[in-house]
Design a protein around this ligand. Sequence first.
Ligand SMILES: Cc1cc2nc3c(=O)[nH]c(=O)nc-3n(C[C@H](O)[C@H](O)[C@H](O)COP(=O)(O)O)c2cc1C
Length: 169
Amino acid sequence: MKRILFIVLAAMMLLPVGAQNAQKTKKTMVVYFSATGTTKAAAQRLAREHKATLWEIEPAEKYTAADLDWRNKKSRSSVEMNDPEARPTIKQCTNIMPYDTIYVGFPIWWGICPRIINSWIDNNLPQLEGKVLIPFATSGSSGIEGAEAYLKKTYPTLKWKKGKLMNKQ
Ligand SMILES: Cc1cc2nc3c(=O)[nH]c(=O)nc-3n(C[C@H](O)[C@H](O)[C@H](O)COP(=O)(O)O)c2cc1C
């Protein structure tokens, strides 16, 4: 009888420790693309706040000022944003395996996310399935709603949570 009581008590004491460990193993990553540094600063703040790993999505070919000219229909960003299938090449792969929650950050381009975000998501499917994905963005004035709706529609099987617009410091 004493032995059974001891086993039950030991199990009760160990349970919360197990639960705590499960909590501790949950890891967060902040992944972002930034053409001119604004989203980078927001990503750094977010990573500090959540004690998260920070990862920059770098294009194989950097965007020049001319590439970013949205008034020019022939600029690289305009050509990419006009083509829903455009997938600019990314410099390096990301190891997303250890992370349960991933913040995905970008500047708003044409009301949505730049196509390089599609490249990153496409490169990391299907490992992204089941992870919590939280978009965040900076913009001139647009909200993040358009980007959120676009991401949900384009990747309906992924677990998207409400996004954050991080224009304020
Ligand atoms: C090609 C391009 C398109 C943009 N489109 C929008 C837009 O639709 N709405 C908006 O509010 N800002 C727009 N912006 C402004 C950026 O979202 C804003 O400057 C952002 O903070 C830049 O972030 P970054 O420095 O991380 O690249 C655009 C900028 C570029 C270069």
